[in-house]
Design a binder for this molecule. Structure first.
Ligand SMILES: Cc1cc2nc3c(=O)[nH]c(=O)nc-3n(C[C@H](O)[C@H](O)[C@H](O)COP(=O)(O)OP(=O)(O)OC[C@H]3O[C@@H](n4cnc5c(N)ncnc54)[C@H](O)[C@@H]3O)c2cc1C
Length: 310
């Protein structure tokens, strides 16, 4: 075992309020159900925990690390030789202050939407059914039906793991683009302030139900990480249509399959590995380039064995 792993056990584990697990399997923490053990998995319960992790990282600059939210947009390898930092329950609380919601980054996005609706606060309903945490949704500017979570964000509170400092970012200090923000991989989002509008509770609930029904009608049911590729020229040219036209639906490598329901989803039909998914991604990209001339870009975050933040 390398030194840094031993050091974690000795110097960091006793100080952390959350769980510190050596060799934790990542697959159960992801919607893809793919990913072998990570050398170390830490559940951070507080900003103080983040501070302690940051201090450790300052003394171990070569240790690769990843922030993992709800694991619904990531593809992990057979073995991650680094540190995975995940928000625990202490960073997953949801509170209301007037028409604002303060959500800990680890709170499930869907839970935030439901709690907001219970309080008669609407405006998030278009995101209903998107899996994962609110922290991950903000980091990747999650969106649906031509709208984005950025519309509802007031402030984002981050902990800069490389400097060991907290910082509050106003919505307009962040660059928001298609499924992307300029929030660096060293920034752990720990809390989000959402600004919402008041609506009758029943109206909020109905809107959520309608959105969920629309989503269920077209989304594959097998484990996945959502759409694999960014649409090259939305709305006219979508990755799904190009892949479908090439006849990839149902194409399978190992247990990774191009979904017969939606061609931009590669689903895990059994025990797919990262290599299976990557091989299918490669095939699709080559075929799309050759026939249509587009260079498809991955939307899912591919984590390699020793990758730093994605
Ligand atoms: C069936 C299905 C349907 C989907 N539909 C949609 C859709 O309609 N629209 C859409 O936008 N997405 C969709 N997705 C993709 C995914 O759900 C979203 O991107 C989601 O917001 C990711 O959140 P997460 O917490 O799961 O992030 P993760 O997958 O855990 O992480 C994604 C990235 O965010 C970073 N990250 C996560 N949490 C934090 C944090 N607290 N601080 C800093 N960085 C963090 C990670 O390091 C990683 O780079 C879908 C996925 C699935 C499986």
């Amino acid at each position: 075992m390398e030194d840094w792993r031993r050091d974690i056990g000795k110097s960091l584990k006793p100080l952390i309020d959350g769980n510190v697990i050596m060799g934790e399997e990542i697959a159960p923490h992801t919607t893809y159900r793919i990913g072998g053990p990570a050398d170390v998995f830490i559940e951070s319960e507080s900003v103080e925990d983040l501070q302690r992790i940051s201090l450790f990282l300052t003394g171990h600059k070569d240790v690769p690390y990843q922030i993992l939210g709800g694991g619904s947009n990531v593809l992990y390898p057979e073995h991650y030789r680094g540190l995975v930092i995940h928000p625990g329950n202490g960073l997953s609380e949801i509170k209301r202050e007037g028409n604002k919601i303060l959500a800990g980054a680890g709170a499930e996005l869907m839970e935030v939407i439901k709690r907001a609706a219970d309080w008669g606060l609407g405006g998030l309903d278009f995101l209903a059914g998107i899996p994962g945490s609110i922290g991950g949704a903000v980091k990747g500017n999650a969106g649906a039906f031509g709208r984005w979570i950025s519309e509802c964000v007031d402030k984002v509170r981050i902990f800069n793991l490389s400097e060991g400092k907290v910082k509050e970012l106003e919505r307009n200090e962040i660059e928001w683009s298609y499924r992307k923000t300029n929030i660096p991989p060293t920034f752990f989002i720990y809390e989000i302030v959402l600004e919402l509008k008041t609506y009758p509770v029943m109206e909020c609930m109905d809107q959520i139900s309608r959105t969920l029904a629309q989503r269920m009608a077209k989304q594959p049911k097998e484990p996945s990480a959502g759409c694999v590729f960014v649409n090259p020229k939305p709305p006219e040219v979508t990755a799904g249509r190009l892949i479908d036209e090439l006849g990839f639906k149902g194409r399978r490598i190992g247990d990774a399959m191009c979904s017969p329901r939606h061609a931009n989803f590669i689903v895990n039909v059994g025990k797919a590995t990262q290599s299976d998914v990557l091989a299918l991604i490669r095939e699709i990209k080559e075929a799309v380039k050759e026939r249509f001339g587009y260079d498809l870009k991955e939307e899912i975050k591919i984590v390699k064995e020793t990758n730093g933040g994605t």
